[in-house]
Design a protein around this ligand. Structure first.
Ligand SMILES: N[C@@H](CCC(=O)N[C@@H](CS)C(=O)NCC(=O)O)C(=O)O
Length: 212
């Protein structure tokens, strides 16, 4: 397997799951912030132009965080990275989808890349819906989403099931990004983030990424 990743990206959750399952893999670091995912060579691999992009051993190109994460969990079913109980499995998938689709795609998208969300027509420009207000909207969305997740984590050590899994790996990256925003991380999410960082596997990946 081969993982394409870039610093500060969501690909860290997939890198952690790769380490967790203990199978051989290689990685290639690319300059996502510098536009590497838009380059022709990368688009030839993943036309979506996104990391994480995982190449399976048979050469198939796997995309989308949630789908890659569940696929990796299935490679090592004994580790319980996806709960087998249907209710806990639903919870894991619901949380992962909320993280990737709403928290990452909608809220952080507006905060980190407001230009992509700013309406370009002159009417919107004149009523003042500029990038600053797009970013503000993203922060409001993020605070609301964090409050929802904090409620869902109450009384639990892990996002779903009774051990670290796919949903924790997803939550991990959006919890990390909070420090780069004006939105405080609720105590329950902060505790969850700290607990994940204590895992030796996570420490190894963080060392490779050169991040904290
Ligand atoms: N829906 C995708 C989103 C992945 C995504 O947005 N990745 C970011 C890094 S965190 C990226 O590659 N951005 C490059 C770009 O949008 O140009 C997923 O869940 O995997």
């Amino acid at each position: 397997m081969k993982l394409y990743w870039g610093p500060h990206t969501c690909a860290i959750g997939i890198h952690i799951l790769l380490e967790e399952i203990g199978r051989a893999y290689e990685t290639e670091k690319i300059d996502v912030q510098g536009g590497a995912t838009e380059e022709t060579w990368f688009k030839a691999i993943n036309p979506k132009g996104k990391v994480p992009t995982l190449i399976a051993d048979d050469g198939r190109v796997l995309t989308e965080f949630g789908a890659i994460a569940v696929w990796l969990a299935r490679q090592a079913p004994d580790l319980g990275l996806m709960p087998t109980d249907p209710d806990e499995e639903q919870r894991a998938l619901s949380l992962t989808d909320y993280v990737t689709g709403t928290i990452h795609g909608q809220a952080y998208g507006r905060i980190f890349m407001p230009a992509r969300f700013e309406p370009q027509d002159p009417v919107h420009q004149t009523i003042g819906l500029g990038q600053a207000s797009v970013k503000k909207q993203g922060e409001t969305m993020l605070a609301e989403a964090f409050a929802i997740i904090a409620d869902q984590l109450a009384g639990r050590d892990w996002a779903a099931g009774d051990r670290f899994g796919v949903a924790d790996a997803a939550l991990f990256y959006v919890e990390r990004w909070a420090s780069e925003t004006n939105v405080p991380l609720p105590p329950a999410l902060d505790a969850h983030l700290r607990q994940i960082k204590k895992r030796p596997v996570v420490a190894r990946v963080m060392a490779i990424w050169g991040e904290q």
